[in-house]
Design a protein around this ligand. Sequence first.
Ligand SMILES: [Fe+2]
Ligand SMILES: [Fe+2]
Length: 204
Amino acid sequence: MLDELPLRSRTPAAWARSVLQDPVALLIDHAFLEKKAANNAMDMMTRWPGEWVQGWVETMTSVARDEAAHLAQVSKALARRGGRLARVHKNPYANALRALVRKGEAGEVVDRLLVSALIELRSCERFGVLAAEAEDEELRSFYRALFRSEMSHYQVFLKLARKIAGRPAAEARWAQMLEAEARILAEQPPGPRIHSGSGGQQRV
Ligand SMILES: [Fe+2]
Ligand SMILES: [Fe+2]
């Protein structure tokens, strides 16, 4: 199933084995991503309240609700391991992706949707690799559930981008974004984070 994701690089199992050596740090990073994803959906909801497509508010609030639920689950898993949320978090991967967003009108909303789709898609892949490698039963089933949830988010964002931009324009921009994502991910330093460099991404 991981092979079917349209990403331009694949994460090796060795990445998951390495980041799972520090589950608390990994969960702290992960919690921030869920929080950011919830904020991002609420931000898009506020910014374009139903101007582009029908059902915008419903879609964004439903994503935000899912992400808030994920955050609650991560924070529970973290607490069970004696960890707690840190106050600050750096995510150079997401920042580099957000820098791709064009400013103004349809280009901006489409790019915001595509960048959101990209982050969901890569997270989905990483949760899939983590689910396959985690020895802890709780983490394994958690990552498996997240794989499915982030997969549906990626599809929702991509569908909205296609609706707004039209299929050919959305596909062309999506192809550029997928290329950029593989490059940006490869530039990330290694470490116990969901979007860290693996040192061995395989280009496809
Ligand atoms: Fe999530
Ligand atoms: Fe998500």
